[in-house]
Design a protein around this ligand. Structure first.
Ligand code: UFG
Length: 336
């Protein structure tokens, strides 16, 4: 597989940049397409960079005519549940319509391997825990609906054009590359772990716990946190599977282990050695009480095994990254 060219759409983002790093280490040629609307050029570990919009047919024509691309990995989506409720068309235009344009260019240029970043949000409110891939899909927000719609389009494209795809339904992506050189940087941060660590750094005064009256042992929401490098490793296995002509498939990616918001904060106190003041706040609309994945299917089919199952180890990698970011900011080198 060495020297095969992989197009990474959204390679300058959080998960995309970790993917580019892994692909380069595995010997692939990588081309990143990113419009830098939420990604960061300085997070890109290498390869060829093209600044452009995945929904622009001219950009795609140029890419597919210039490069002999073997497979496409697609990370370029908006992913904030709350924002998707306030502005659903932003999500349908980017996550759905632009993805359909990308798929159409792939079919035109006979590129027939696609790895898609899907989400636990396709399931909606869980009726059974842990969640397996056969769990009913009833998304409760436009973000989840946009991802589920792409999954249906992929299924149709397989039947009609022989497009082979792997759709990976991420639970809560977290942590950072062990080097501390790349990690999670969002202009508008809403995720628990980065906010908790920014509080430990003193960049925020406190962390708000959204809801303390959930039907869970300590009253706070439970999530299944998966390390970003375990996610990208799963993409490499999915790519290998598609390259050896395996059938299309949908897999969950999680650790089958839940941590409550309070447990995350307590572990973050331990890892950072800092005080992390909390404020108990109202529930955030749309948050299910408990999301825990069964990842048995991908373990069995592709031999995936997470290397960072323990949340403390995940937090340590994120802490290293956030400390480095803070140091860069202090030196005037931050770019958000
Ligand atoms: N939380 C707080 N305080 C905060 C931020 C979050 O208490 O300041 C809580 C949330 O209410 C939730 C938990 O921490 O209970 C985790 O919240 P995140 O925002 O970190 O992550 P989500 O579980 O809401 O969302 C993630 C992805 C989405 C994806 C979803 C799938 O970010 O893209 O998982 O379940 F859709």
């Amino acid at each position: 597989m060495k020297n095969e060219k992989i197009l990474v759409v959204g390679g300058a983002g959080y998960i995309g940049s970790h993917m580019v790093k892994d692909l380069l280490s595995a010997g692939f040629d990588v081309i990143t397409l990113d419009d830098l609307s939420t990604g960061h050029r300085d997070l890109l570990p290498g390869g060829t960079f093209v600044k452009g919009d995945l929904g622009d047919p001219k950009v795609l024509d140029r890419l597919f005519t210039t490069h002999n691309i073997s497979a496409v990995m697609h990370f370029a989506a908006f992913s904030l549940v709350g924002e998707s409720v306030e502005n659903p068309l932003k999500y349908y235009l980017n996550n759905l319509a632009a993805t359909a344009t990308l798929l159409s260019a792939m079919i035109e240029y006979r590129v027939k391997r696609f790895i898609f970043s899907s989400t636990a949000a396709v399931y909606g409110e869980p009726v059974q825990i842990p969640i397996t891939e056969t769990h009913p899909c009833n998304p409760t927000n436009p973000y989840g609906t946009s991802k589920l719609a792409v999954e249906k389009i992929l299924c149709d494209c397989d039947a009609a054009y022989g497009l082979k795809y792997v759709s990976l339904r991420y639970f809560n992506a977290s942590g950072a590359d062990e080097s501390g050189m790349i990690g999670e940087r969002h202009a508008r941060e809403t995720h628990l772990i980065p906010l908790v660590l920014k509080t430990a750094l003193g960049e925020k005064e406190n962390i708000r716990i959204y809801g303390v009256d959930y039907p869970t042992p300590d009253g706070t929401c439970i999530r299944d946190y998966i390390h970003v490098s375990d996610l990208t490793h799963a993409h490499l296995l999915a790519l290998e599977a598609l390259m050896s002509d395996k059938e299309s498939a949908v897999y969950n990616l999680g650790n089958n282990q839940g941590y409550s918001v309070r447990e995350v904060i307590d572990l973050a106190k331990k890892v950072t050695g800092k005080n992390i003041p909390v404020i108990e706040a109202e529930r955030r609309p749309g948050d299910p009480a408990r999301l825990i994945a069964s990842a048995a299917k991908i373990k069995e089919s592709l031999g995936w095994q997470p290397r960072h199952e323990n949340l403390e180890a995940i937090l340590k990698t994120a802490w290293l990254w956030h400390q480095n970011e803070a140091a860069k900011g202090a030196a005037g080198g931050g770019s958000i």
